[in-house]
Design a protein around this ligand. Structure first.
Ligand SMILES: [Zn+2]
Length: 470
């Protein structure tokens, strides 16, 4: 008996209806039910499924350790055997530091470095997931000349997983906004801060950022041979940027970064908004959270074309004092005016959570759901995750990867978790893929094109699945 027919028998009420309604979509839905616990088949099915956008992806975290190590070797950089990190060249002589090229020829060291730069073989007895995860960012190969290679890797992988749009978080100014903030100092008044930063030459930071994005995208085109007969499928992935603000920094630096994010997004159509990053539970991020929300809320009316997505509620019981769990998502929505929330894991710890959910549904605030990341960083998965609460309340949701390289994941595996740990059905998954494009920050014409392509891709996909299943 074909598996899809067997699945019908497992569904007490759906069976008769589905037998009559044998549209490709229904058969595809039944097929997923038949393979839900057959993980290899589920992986193949979900990889082939069109997924729309990945709205929450930090470019540095999207890159696999193997790539960083290869580039470090090609560029003459070094690695630390003890700290398991990449260090810019030239290599200092010492027993600890060796050329990255040497590490590529030493299987044991290479393997240890890949582990140190990611969550692979992560040992929970030695270091908790949160600390291991965030520590990897300080160990990576951070060099400007490879940012385009990083984009190429993310785009290539997106195409291979049937993701058609990426909104990537990046800090393109190389720290210039933070330096400018220090020159201004913290004045305690948002209007004066803005005037001072503009007078000090914030436009130069914006120009620098735009030039950097030019070079990053040009390098992507070279690496993927875009515009040639041999173009990689990654060239067809539409990319937009979110300016990434480091939230665990002093107020003058944060304000300067937020302002840079607004001006850059207003002036450059490739940059569609901003987001606050770094651990939400860090000392400054917790202490100044409300201040940061007020900064964004004060600047947003001056830059009305700019959209804001915020990491909020990337917290769990015990990670911070209970009082810290009560207001982050609400303030991100109500004070900062965020159009999207990243994570939102602690939402049910907030004051009046059901009112908050209703408000998010009413405002159409989408939550970027990062199942793998929430599991490895926060230890939250399965029934501990609030995805079901969002769905029940009608809050738009979409799956995203957060840091697929660090987490050793990819978009397909987020869908696998959604199917097996959250028990979502095919219509739920399809709705999330559609929502991801609807809530993207790209211009309407781009979104209309991507949505049309997504619907066509769904028709082709369901037709193929139905043919195989029938
Ligand atoms: Zn994130």
């Amino acid at each position: 008996m074909p598996r899809v027919i067997a699945a019908l028998a497992l569904l007490p009420f759906a069976g008769a209806a589905a037998a009559q309604d044998s549209s490709d979509e229904t058969v595809t839905s039944m097929y997923l039910e038949s393979i839900r616990w057959d993980t290899p088949a589920l992986v193949a099915f979900l990889r082939e499924m069109p997924k729309g956008a990945d709205l929450h992806s930090h470019l540095s975290g999207a890159v696999y350790a193997e790539s960083f190590l290869r580039w470090a070797a090609e560029d003459g950089a070094c690695v630390s055997r003890v700290e398991l990190r990449i260090i810019p060249g030239p290599c200092a002589s010492g027993a600890d530091t060796v050329a990255a090229a040497v590490a590529l020829a030493d299987g044991v060291l290479y393997s240890a470095l890949v582990d140190g730069l990611s969550m692979r073989n992560w040992n929970a007895a030695r270091v908790n997931g949160h600390d291991q995860f965030f520590a990897t960012f300080g160990r990576m190969y951070s060099t400007r000349r490879r940012t385009g290679d990083m984009l190429a890797e993310a785009a290539r992988r997106a195409a291979a997983g049937n993701v058609s749009y990426l909104e990537l978080m990046l800090t393109p100014d190389g720290g210039a906004a933070r330096s400018l903030g220090d020159r201004a100092g913290w004045l305690g008044d948002f209007a004066r801060m803005r005037d001072t930063l503009l007078a000090l030459g914030l436009d130069r930071v914006v120009a620098l950022s735009r030039a950097r994005i030019d070079s990053v995208e040009a390098r992507r085109d070279t690496v993927l041979a875009c515009g040639t007969a041999a173009a990689d499928p990654g060239c067809a992935v539409t990319v937009r940027w979110l300016y990434q603000v480091a939230r665990a920094t002093p107020p003058q630096q944060i304000f300067a970064q937020i302002l840079t994010g607004f001006v850059l997004s207003r002036d450059d159509p490739r940059v569609v908004g901003l987001n606050l990053v770094q651990p939400e539970d860090a000392l400054i991020a917790m202490r100044d959270y409300s201040l940061h929300m007020r900064m964004i809320g004060a600047l947003r009316p001056l830059y009305q074309s700019v959209r804001v997505s915020l990491h909020a509620g990337e917290l769990a019981s015990g990670l911070v004092p209970p009082e810290g769990l009560r207001f982050h998502v609400r303030e991100a929505v109500e004070i900062a005016g965020a159009s999207r929330i990243g994570h939102g894991v602690s939402v049910m710890h907030e004051d009046r959570p059901y009112e908050l959910l209703a408000e998010m549904a009413r405002r159409g605030v989408l939550v970027e759901i990062n199942l793998t990341s929430n599991d490895v960083i926060l230890g939250v998965k399965g029934r501990d995750h609030p995805l079901r609460a969002y769905l029940t309340a009608g809050v738009p949701v979409a799956l995203s990867t957060d840091d697929e390289g660090v987490a050793r994941s990819e978009m397909t595996m987020e869908y696998v978790r959604a199917a097996q740990q959250q028990l979502l059905r095919y219509p739920d998954l399809k709705a999330m893929a559609r929502a991801s494009l609807r809530h993207a920050f790209a211009d309407e014409a781009t979104k209309t094109r991507l949505t049309r392509e997504l619907e066509a891709a769904f028709s082709r996909f369901e037709s193929r699945i139905a043919q195989r299943a029938r």
